[in-house]
Design a protein around this ligand. Structure first.
Ligand code: NAD
Length: 495
């Protein structure tokens, strides 16, 4: 197996020095603690960068506010669309560099960064850019009768909220960053984004590309560091909105901090324990293929990936046998190895958590396939399939965010709906069947922000995405994002 050669530009970037990107330029605070970025495929340090100081976080917000009030705030919607499309062009032109930075720091296969993350980032950004010139208010006729013959007219305006603080996780740093940056800039907001401390590189590179595209300095700032940097950002009085993607406990803390700071509005895209249901009529090969393609992609570190499989009892044996065969054949390897189908977990902390869960599963006798840590270097484990020990099995209740999928047989559809909804989460869910009537009847009964039929984890910029219950607050994509990044102002006139 051979690894993709690292581009000279990636090598130069990694040599640094690296820190944050504020007011249109790279800022390295030499006196600040350094943060190691580790290649999860080898467990070795890749580079390091300086964590942003509280003063730099404040400077980034002030710079973003200035851009919001002046340079970015005074661009026309048409110009915003043009500039965002130009940034999309630059992402495309520098796609291999961004893909390599992302794969090296996250352990995501180079296939996935080349074929999904980078092209999707471009597609989402272009989608948002198209909205820039189409954000409108409404006109309405006031309803109360006039007393003295005077008349009234009213209309609403959609006004950008101001500075948006984006906080992102480590699984799809570039793409999730683009979801936040694209939404905010399209609406006329400016951004300070804090990437995950594990994967800070691609957004740092993106910030420079934004300036190269002609987006005014200060419009997009990147501050790097751990959770404390996120906390400082949320607490800043000039932050008008927080857009967070990450785990439930951090999301709850972020929501509370934003509320305490300034009643700051929040979008929370959180975790899931997503169910996939396979009805009695399902085609076994299609089911196996669908599960391999969605549950194990990026080693299961995908928020909407299915982790709970409810399979009709008549199909459990065949589907599990098919899965075990396919998973056993998966080629495990370095993220930069084009032949590898399954890479490392994203970081050592996460690896420790998943290894402990696999130990538990083995000791409980649940493993149907996989179930072991793999020897290093790097943070590798086997793709794993478990059999549930009842509805209260922790593997059917708690998000693992790893390649651990748990199967529970069901007998009838009433039981299925009860099991699928018996979860504090509600991000995504899927139903696999060729019986259209059954699918249509199940859709409204499933508690999830997205229900897929005969597919799973497919995200499209035109289709709103977000969670119900403990999986979050607010929606991204579609036109739904506009509500979250603009204030509705009402205007009334007497004549
Ligand atoms: P995490 O919650 O640990 O961290 C997310 C981000 O929050 C990081 O940038 C981190 O530095 C920052 N952070 C940590 N503590 C903070 C604090 N107190 N205040 C402000 N910021 C803080 O999540 P993770 O481990 O990076 O990502 C995995 C989680 O993200 C999983 O639960 C997954 O389901 C979820 N996720 C959800 C979606 C979605 O769209 N719903 C997408 C991807 C990942």
């Amino acid at each position: 197996m051979s690894q993709v050669p690292v581009l000279a530009s990636v090598d130069t970037f990694l040599r640094g020095p690296l820190g944050s990107f504020v007011d249109g330029q790279s800022v390295i605070e030499a006196e600040q603690p350094s943060l190691a970025v580790v290649d999860p495929s080898s467990g070795k340090p890749l580079t390091e960068l300086r964590e942003a100081s509280p003063a730099l976080v404040a400077q980034a917000v002030v710079s973003a506010r200035r851009a919001f009030e002046h340079a970015w705030g005074s661009t026309t919607p048409y110009q915003r669309g043009v500039l965002l499309n130009r940034l999309a062009d630059l992402i495309e032109a520098n796609g291999e560099e961004l893909a390599q930075l992302e794969s090296l720091s996250s352990g995501k296969s180079i296939h996935l960064t080349r074929q999904l993350e980078v092209p999707q980032s471009v597609a989402f950004l272009r989608y948002f850019a198209g909205w820039a010139s189409k954000i409108t208010g409404q006109t309405m006729t006031p309803s109360l009768p006039s007393l003295h013959g005077e008349q009234y007219a009213a209309f609403t305006r959609r006004e950008a909220v101001g500075v948006v603080a984006g906080i992102t996780p480590w699984n799809f740093s570039l793409m999730i960053g683009i979801w936040k940056i694209g939404s905010a800039l399209t609406c006329g907001c400016s951004v300070v984004i804090k990437p995950s401390e594990f994967t800070p590189l691609s957004l740092l590179r993106l910030a420079q590309l934004a300036v190269d595209a002609g987006i005014p300095p200060g419009t997009l700032n990147v501050v790097n560091g751990r959770g404390a940097v996120g906390q400082q950002l949320i607490a800043h009085p000039q932050v008008a909105k927080v857009s967070f993607t990450g785990s439930v406990p951090t999301g709850v803390a972020v929501g509370k901090a934003a509320f305490d700071a300034n009643l700051t509005r929040v979008t929370l895209e959180l975790g899931g324990k997503n169910p996939a249901a396979f009805l009695a009529d399902v085609d076994v090969e299609a089911a196996v293929q669908g599960i391999v393609q969605t549950a194990y992609v990026h080693q299961g570190q995908v928020c909407a990936a299915p982790e709970r499989l409810y399979i009709h009892r008549s199909k459990v044996e065949a589907i599990c046998a098919g899965l075990a065969e396919r998973l056993g054949q998966m080629q495990v390897g370095h993220a930069m190895d084009e032949a590898a189908q399954f890479g490392p977990l994203a970081n050592q902390t996460h690896h420790r958590k998943i290894v402990a869960l696999l130990d538990q599963a083995r000791s409980r006798g649940q493993v149907m396939c996989g179930g072991n840590a793999l020897p290093g270097p790097g943070y590798f484990v086997e793709p794993t399939l478990l059999l549930a020990q009842g509805a209260d099995d922790p593997f059917m209740r708690e998000e693992t965010f790893g390649p651990i999928v748990c199967v529970q047989p069901f007998d009838d559809e009433e039981e299925l709906v009860r099991l699928m909804n018996d979860s504090p989460f509600g991000l995504g869910a899927s139903v696999w069947t060729n019986d259209l009537s059954k699918a249509m009847r199940l859709i409204p009964r499933i508690e999830a922000g997205t229900v897929w039929i005969n597919m799973h984890t497919f995200l499209d910029p035109a289709v709103p995405f977000g969670g119900v219950k403990g999986s979050g607050v607010g929606r991204e994509f579609g036109s739904a994002f506009i509500d979250d990044y603009t204030e509705l102002k009402s205007v009334m006139m007497r004549f």
